[in-house]
Design a protein around this ligand. Sequence first.
Ligand code: UDX
Length: 433
Amino acid sequence: MKITMIGSGYVGLVSGTCFADFGHDVVCVDKDKSKIDALLAGRIPIFEPGLDHLVASNVAAGRLKFTTDLAEGVRDADAVFIAVGTPSRRGDGHADLSYVYAAAEEIAQAITGFTVIVDKSTVPVGTGDEVERIIRAANPDADFAVVSNPEFLREGAAIDDFKRPDRIVIGGDDQRALEVMRQVYRPLYLNKSPIVEMSRRGAELTKYAANAFLAVKITFINEIADLCEKVGADVQDVARGIGLDNRIGSKFLHAGPGYGGSCFPKDTLALLKTSQDYDAPQRIVEAVVAVNDNRKRAMGRKVIHACGDDVRGKTIAVLGLTFKPNTDDMRDSPAIAVIQTLQDAGASIRAYDPEGMEQAKKVLENVTYCDGSYQTMEGADALVIVTEWDAFRALDLDRVKSLLSQPILIDLRNIYPREMVEKAGFTYSAIGR
Ligand code: UDX
């Protein structure tokens, strides 16, 4: 199959590379010349474990190409994936679809032969209808069909998620298009990944419903964690106790400082906007968004409380800045609100993250960025772990204690056993334990 990816950002680049690795002929297109130049020179503009090798081997095999020329990429393609960004629109939180629609206009002019246009970007219900209308208006003779095929990739595990998905969702009713999509995903049949075919609108909504449900699950366990702290229970016991019930499932029950990232905050907000437009309020999701927003600064207050309710003039060491490990992504990271709350209360911050420091410098000011975990702690009055990078899981607690001016450890990801930390002489606070 000849596949074209419009948009070589996170989703487009990972999906395009994995399709090439399955043996398809893939062209990744992007308007950003510097990004394409970097890719042509073998540099990967994002951090995703394993992606650099996969890109290099597929480029070498001649199956993966990069260009800024959309028309060249689209000509002769069997399937053209639209994988451009759909950020929250400034001011109102609706998904900004201008990049999707601009791509549709350009694709329309370049189509030759029957072409399947695939909405891969996360787009509100009805966007596929509009993409179809735009292409039809711009090129009435074009032979095409629009399908929805949302992605469910997690940053840091995207290649594995792509190659071994729990399911593939395809929305559309054009039989020729569905046949092309089955061929596109045929290599995954070997992994027994089910393909769920449904209406285009159903597929569009499935993506939002999936992310919103996961956000509910996280927020639910976070609130249960707060209750655990009050009643003297351990949220990890409760999560295990409920998670072993197959109807609930044990994943996404890790209590923490609140969800962040490029998807959950944006997609829950966009789902609320759609639900308002259609007069079908999603009150559970409304509550989740509000609770999660509030939680991030509450985590800053938790740190202040652990420091004796006063951090003015104190120095706090922060390990982990990205919204989760194995990414350099700082978008909506809880670390931002935690650090700003501490700064507002008069604390100085020393911080370290294995991959996120460049991005962090763009959003967090007046922070002393350090070169490693132990350097961050030098002379600090307390240590806070905000993101559970592996490198923070086995710190030498005696060394930590000797570096801190006070042995206070606040573990917002529950990665240490309380007994061990307390035995080492620390005052320890965690989440829901
Ligand atoms: C998510 C979805 O998982 C993915 O299917 C979708 O395509 C994009 O959004 P991602 O944002 O990369 O992926 O990260 P994910 O691993 O899902 O974590 C999201 C946030 O939830 C992180 O801030 C993480 O720390 C938090 N989280 C996750 C918890 O606090 N507890 C959990 O149990 C799981």
